[in-house]
Design a protein around this ligand. Structure first.
Ligand SMILES: [Zn+2]
Ligand SMILES: [Zn+2]
Length: 136
């Protein structure tokens, strides 16, 4: 299955009305590990999509998030990034190149009595520092 077919299937499965813009955004997100912001998505796709706007991206990402197709992460203040990988994993922000890297997090043993008492809906695991490239 190619990305276009995968995107189409994901929208249909989640009862999201298929539109050209939603398809393009979903295709762009599949397998994307860059954790793009609304502005990134807009800039990367604006040439391909006539009548594209940041509001469209914003609304589409909201819809995708409500349907658990992406998760939003905010590492830096007032900057929301999107991740099509909705599994629990950690994010590392490089302070130099500002790239966001994924890393696996062992979730076993994290269930505390706090979590049994409170209803935790989201959990985030962030690290900051310098990536191997910038460390040099
Ligand atoms: Zn870096
Ligand atoms: Zn991620």
């Amino acid at each position: 299955m190619n990305k276009k077919e995968m995107a189409h299937e994901l929208l249909i499965k989640n009862n999201i009305n298929v539109s050209y813009q939603r398809m393009k955004i979903m295709e762009y997100l599949i397998g994307n590990h860059n954790h793009p912001t609304v502005v990134d998505i807009y800039n990367d796709l604006k040439e391909q999509i006539p009548t594209f706007s940041k509001a469209t991206v914003y609304n589409t990402m909201k819809l995708f998030e409500e349907n658990n197709l992406v998760q939003s992460i905010s590492i830096k203040e007032e900057e929301v990034r999107f991740d099509p990988d909705i599994s629990f994993h950690g994010h590392f922000l490089c302070k130099e190149c500002e790239k966001v890297y994924d890393f696996p997090v062992e979730i076993k043993g994290l269930k505390t009595s706090f979590e049994e008492e409170f209803n935790v809906e989201n959990s985030y695991y962030f690290l900051k520092g310098f990536c191997p490239e910038c460390k040099k």
